[in-house]
Design a protein around this ligand. Sequence first.
Ligand code: TRP
Length: 449
Amino acid sequence: METKQKTTEREQWGSKTGFLLAAAGSAVGLGNLWKFPYMAGKNGGGVFVFVYIAILVTIGFTLMAGELTLGRYTQLNALGAYRKISKKLTWVGAMGVLTAFLILSYYSVIGGWVINYIIKSVTGAISISDTETLGNMFGTMISNPIQPILYHAVFMIITLVIVFGGIGDGIEKASKIMMPALFIMIIALAIRSVTLPGASAGLEFFLKPDFSKLSIGLVLDALGQVFFSLSLGMGIIITYGSYLPKNENIPQSAVFIPVVDTAVALLAGFAILPAVFALGFEPSAGPGLMFVTLPAVFAKMPFGSLFALLFFVLVLLAALTSSISLLEVCVSYVVDEWKWSRKKTTMVLALAIFLIGVPTSLSFGPWADIKIFGKNFFDLYDFITSNVFLPLGGLMSCITIGWVWGTDNAIKEATSNGKVKFALAKVWCFLIKWVAPVAIGIVFYRSIF
Ligand code: TRP
């Protein structure tokens, strides 16, 4: 790798595929494999999927293109990028850093559960098809006051070690192998799940929207999930965009990343929800959905325990390509702005994030009854970050790009001064100036009042 960013020559992605896979690696993570299926399950299935896709098409693509463009133009980290556009917008970048910090604190707790399930696959503890036993085993694991916190620590340490060395070609190389492997694996699982006897009820639940279940809470959940899953609204896409070469085709990348991300989320839904129905679980079971249904699906496959191990390892790797991007946002901010050394920053931040995450782990066990605004710690962190900070960050990036920086400037950058084709440029301008900010604004307003 080249020496770190001198002001003139900023480190760039080694190849187009490398960048696309790394960006997709940040996007594809626990949000797709773990969160999307249980959010869909909790929110009535098909109707959630419908709203999710509607938001993805209008706001998701728009902001992906916008953030990549802003990043490549400014060639700066999130905070610097906003500050370069206007000093008054610096707080948006700062909010992004805070959001990343909070998301990672509970993301790592779930990452810890995955590590625990890797061990359980090795020992064969989860190669049983009895769903009740699986449910109890999961409940016992997450409610233990100590064990999941240790796994949370292990996940944080792995994340720290990767970020410690700087990302360089590490992320790029790992993503190139892992992402395709994960993709194949999840397709296989989806096929097994939809062919289970009794899966059709689950397919119907997942695919057929029941609009009577539509509510403002559901729309807010879907909006938050789009941002969460695409890693939008807090600056990581701006940062990744800043490493893009000037001739790179931004409109194309802005389509590719969300398509891959959504494909994985939908496949995870196909892998999990039909099995939920076939095996007699509740789709609204919540955060445990992936951990109780999938082992039962594996138990019904030839070489199931081997596949279970492979699967949870891939989930861990997908989670890590996301968690390093979350930690990197915080680290690069502190290194740039506070002038701390990279090593010290990474250690101090990782420790702080670990500590902040501890209450979310306890909220699945001994602290289940501690409620703030009627929510336990896990729900609270998730709500504040996914449903408040990310959409607010997204709203501000629409305003920044569409109105402050201006769509003319943005189009010039996105098309590399007219050299790259951007067929939907006019539509994009309209979406980023009007549709996206107004829609986000309305959802916000309605969910608060
Ligand atoms: N998108 C990742 C996932 O789906 C999580 C993630 C990584 C993220 N970086 C982010 C979410 C930035 C919001 C903002 O698991």
